[in-house]
Design a binder for this molecule. Structure first.
Ligand code: CDP
Length: 253
């Protein structure tokens, strides 16, 4: 990480509009729904602009094959996949290095909140499918997976919310598009944060940032995760709150 602020960094305090007309702190239009797949135990749909992801959860159920069962806790299986038509250049179906890496980082993040010890010898499967990709698919997938687990009634210490922030075209911005990720100076920083304790469970970075830029990105990511958490909560309440019922969950599930 270089310690010299980039020459464009201070331009960020101006509200110069981004290529799609957003201000630096604006999300793309976000849609979040819970319970979209009838046959799964839990499911969710998350849309950040043109990035659209579905997550479905099965379990807890007895581990199969049995010899892979953990006598102390459930095994969490996470599979991230992009559909061939989700990207500009048709993608070869099936897993690749990138999807294996994303599946792993999503699993690592979710493992920090799911109470796996409650289900020894069991497995919990989380499938995340990218229907359409315009950057930020891993954070959309993680946001959806966290909701799908909650929808399946799987005990979690807290909810995980995620967003990609970063630098593009000389500005520190929230929720980058693919066009912004392709900018010459672009640095993409996907961040996942738990709602209550503000613990970071995913933080990745490509490129080179000053400490000042990095701190500004973390600050924006933290504020964004709080907003996304409120939307996740609303989506859960929309499905589970009975008409006329007063619910006071204060951010807790
Ligand atoms: O999607 P995310 O930002 O989490 O991960 P990435 O590896 O940084 O990918 C950024 C974007 O590149 C994806 O969201 C897609 O829009 C695009 N992409 C693509 O067009 N073709 C691929 N095979 C992989 C990614």
């Amino acid at each position: 990480m270089s310690d010299k602020p980039s020459k464009d960094f201070h331009e960020n305090i101006t509200d110069r509009l981004r290529p799609d007309g957003r201000k630096p702190d604006d999300f793309r239009p976000i849609r979040i729904e819970v319970g979209v797949i009838k046959r799964a135990d839990g499911s969710a749909y998350v849309e950040f602009g043109k990035t659209r992801v579905v997550a479905a959860v099965y379990g807890p159920e007895p581990m199969h094959p049995r010899h892979l069962a953990d006598p102390e806790k459930a095994v969490l299986i996470c599979r991230y996949n992009m559909l061939p038509f989700s990207v500009e250049e048709r993608k070869k179906p099936g897993p690749d290095r990138r999807s294996i890496e994303i599946s792993k980082v999503v699993k690592d993040a979710l493992s920090t909140v799911v109470v796996l010890e409650e289900f020894p010898k069991c497995m919990i499967s989380v499938d995340m499918v990218v229907l359409e990709a315009d950057a930020g698919t891993r954070v959309a997938a993680l946001t959806a997976a966290s909701l799908a687990l909650a929808d399946a009634g799987i005990p979690m210490r807290e909810m995980i919310s995620a967003i990609a922030c970063g630098r593009a075209n000389g500005q520190i911005v929230v929720d980058l598009t693919k066009e912004e990720e392709d900018a010459e100076d672009a640095v993409d920083v996907p961040v996942a944060m738990s709602s209550l304790t503000k613990r970071i469970s995913l933080l990745q970075m490509d490129g080179d940032l000053t400490i000042e830029e990095f701190e500004a990105i973390l600050d924006k990511a933290s504020k964004s995760c709080v907003k996304i958490h409120a939307m996740q909560r609303d989506a859960l309440l929309k499905k589970y709150k009975k008409e006329g019922e007063e619910v006071d969950i204060d951010g807790e599930y």
